[in-house]
Design a protein around this ligand. Structure first.
Ligand SMILES: Nc1ncnc2c1ncn2[C@@H]1O[C@H](COP(=O)(O)OP(=O)(O)O)[C@@H](O)[C@H]1O
Ligand SMILES: [Mg+2]
Length: 321
């Protein structure tokens, strides 16, 4: 087991100005008894909405913050073995300021390589290798300020793995990226970092489908607490459809509609009826046949994904039962 996190808690203390003279001390329990394990070679997903505590956990694992309670072991070492842990992990918070925009890609990596104590003799070849890995070999000598967001993200990941860590922590790696670039970064994490280079990765996301696509195991947190965990398949089986078929119908008559729709969820939109069906099995086929037989008009059949919020609400509801 590469990472073991047991029952960690973290409280933030803040002072809030309350009027002119008074200051009020406030406490916020940001992490409330969270535990998880990450295996070697695994992509582990920490999934949750804004404010769930994802970044706090990444900060704790990267030794930037100490938990108030609980135990953490990375590669068998306790967090107190600061230097050993630091060598084992690479972290990227996606903060644009983690790079120097006036320096070139190569100069940025040289700087970080030296910070991590990579020897002068090894550094140039390591940098060439990294730039090739992230597909920036042609841009090595261009300033970062000329880079697109996708290129910046790749360079940030290259920076995070310059010392060949065993565990890579990526905090919301696709946040704020266009759909195509996000897809490209996901593919890079999956194919290059994990399949080819065999890094173990903890990534955080508020995007359910991203976690489903990438992760071997997912821990869902909300307000600092665990709400659910499992493989994507287990979560899918437990919380039902994350994908569904939407069939839009213009009904000719109302008379047999109820029977036709049966137990499928549906909604009315203007004059038409939208019915939701599972993507697997032959229910769609037989439903469509019945609709046609009954003489209704089919406007569209479309595969859609439940929004994270929708699934998340289901999970929270389930959790509160
Ligand atoms: N430095 C801080 N001081 C006080 N509260 C904080 C601090 N950092 C985060 N928080 C609070 O802790 C909670 C968890 O935040 P965070 O870990 O950033 O969540 P996430 O990354 O999932 O959005 C939030 O309610 C946030 O407002
Ligand atoms: Mg965050």
């Amino acid at each position: 087991m590469l990472v073991e996190v047991n029952n960690i808690k973290k409280t933030y203390e803040m002072t809030r100005k309350n009027g002119f003279f008074r200051r009020e001390k406030m406490k916020l329990l940001a992490i409330n008894d969270v535990s998880f394990k990450i295996d070697e070679g695994e992509i582990f997903g920490l999934l949750g909405p804004n404010g769930a505590g994802k970044t706090t956990i990444v900060k704790i694992l990267s030794t930037l913050l100490l938990p108030d309670e609980g135990q953490i072991a990375i590669g068998g070492f306790d967090l107190s073995e600061h230097m050993k842990i630091k060598k084992m992990i690479g972290v990227d918070f996606g903060n644009p300021r983690s790079l120097y925009w006036r320096l070139t890609a190569k100069e940025n990596l040289e700087l970080y390589g030296r910070i991590y104590g990579i020897s002068r003799s090894k550094l140039p070849s390591r940098i060439d290798e990294l730039l090739e890995l992230v597909g920036l070999e042609d841009r090595a000598n261009l300033r970062v300020e000329t880079f697109s967001r996708g290129m910046i993200r790749r360079l940030q990941i290259a920076r995070a793995i310059i010392h060949e860590p065993r565990l890579l922590l990526l905090d919301e790696p696709t946040l704020g990226l266009d759909v195509d670039i996000a897809k490209d970064i996901r593919r890079f994490i999956d194919k290059v970092l994990v399949d080819e280079k065999q890094y173990s990765v903890l990534l955080t996301t508020h995007n359910l489908s991203e976690a489903q696509r990438l992760c071997d195991n997912i821990l869902i947190i909300n307000k600092g607490k665990e709400v659910a965990r499992g493989t994507p398949k287990e979560l899918y089986d437990r919380f039902g459809l994350s994908e569904r078929m939407e069939v839009k119908i213009s009904p000719k008559t109302e008379s047999n509609l109820k029977e036709l729709v049966g137990n499928y969820p549906y909604k009315r939109v203007d004059g038409s009826l939208v019915v939701f069906l599972p993507t697997s099995g032959n229910q769609l086929h037989s439903f469509l046949s019945k609709v046609i037989e009954s003489g209704h008009e089919i406007n569209s059949v479309e595969k859609t994904t439940l929004e994270f919020e929708e699934i998340f609400m289901k999970i929270i509801e389930e959790d509160n039962k």
